[in-house]
Design a protein around this ligand. Structure first.
Ligand code: GNR
Ligand code: NI
Length: 172
C-alpha cells in the first residue's frame, strides 16, 4: 500500500474529465487500495482518482464515524440512475481545496450504479452525507469542484486564497 500525493487547486488536472475504466484488474485494485489509505490518512470521507492525478473514473468513499466500523466503498464508472427532487444542504470541504468550506445544495437521495472492487455491477441507494459525498466525488470525475456550485463571489474568494497560499509555499 502507498500514500499518494493529493493535488490541490488551481492544478489544471482538477478540471479534466476522467476516462471510463474498461477492466477492474489487480492494477486498478492497487490504485483503489492506495486511494483508500491516502483518504483515511488525509483524513477525508471520499477521494476520486483525479485527486491523486489519475484521470480514471474511480472513487473511494467511507462516511463511517470514528466510533463505527470502517465501511469502505469502491465505485468504478459510477452513474446516477435516479436522483430525488428534494434537496439537502451540507457544508462541504474538499481535500483539493484545503481549509475551505461552503454550503452546497444537492439531491438528498440518489441511486448509483457502478462496478465494485471485484468488477461486479452493483447499485446503491444513498441518502444523507453518503449521497452528498458520492455526488461530490462524481463531480470530480467531470472536472468539477464544490465551488462550482456556489456563487462566483465565494468561488473566486476561495480560489484566490488557494492561489496565494501556493505562491507563498513556492517562495518559502
Ligand atoms: O473529506 C471530505 N469531506 C466532505 C464533506 C462534505 C462533503 C463532501 C466531502 S468529500 C471530502 C473529501 C474530498 O475532497 N473528496 O473529493
Ligand atoms: Ni473533493
Amino acid at each position: 500500500m502507498a500514500i499518494l500525493p493529493i493535488i490541490t487547486a488551481p492544478d489544471p488536472l482538477l478540471k479534466v474529465k476522467s476516462k471510463a475504466v474498461d477492466r477492474v484488474d489487480d492494477g486498478l485494485r492497487t490504485l483503489m487500495d492506495d486511494m483508500l489509505e491516502t483518504m483515511y490518512l488525509a483524513p477525508g470521507i471520499g477521494l476520486s482518482a483525479i485527486q491523486v492525478a489519475v484521470p480514471k473514473r474511480v472513487v473511494v468513499v467511507d462516511v463511517a464515524r470514528e466510533d463505527e466500523p470502517a465501511n469502505p466503498l469502491y465505485l468504478v464508472n459510477p452513474e446516477l440512475v435516479c436522483v430525488s427532487d428534494n434537496l439537502a444542504t451540507y457544508e462541504e470541504g474538499c481535500l483539493s481545496l484545503p481549509d475551505h468550506y461552503a454550503d452546497v445544495e444537492r439531491p438528498a437521495e440518489i441511486e448509483v450504479a457502478f462496478l465494485d472492487y471485484h468488477g461486479k455491477r452493483q447499485t446503491l441507494q444513498a441518502e444523507g452525507l453518503l449521497a452528498t459525498c458520492i455526488q461530490h466525488e462524481m463531480d470530480h470525475l467531470e472536472g468539477l469542484l464544490f465551488v462550482d456550485h456556489i456563487s462566483a463571489l465565494k468561488r473566486n474568494m476561495i480560489l484566490r486564497k488557494l492561489k496565494k497560499a501556493k505562491r507563498l509555499e513556492a517562495t518559502a
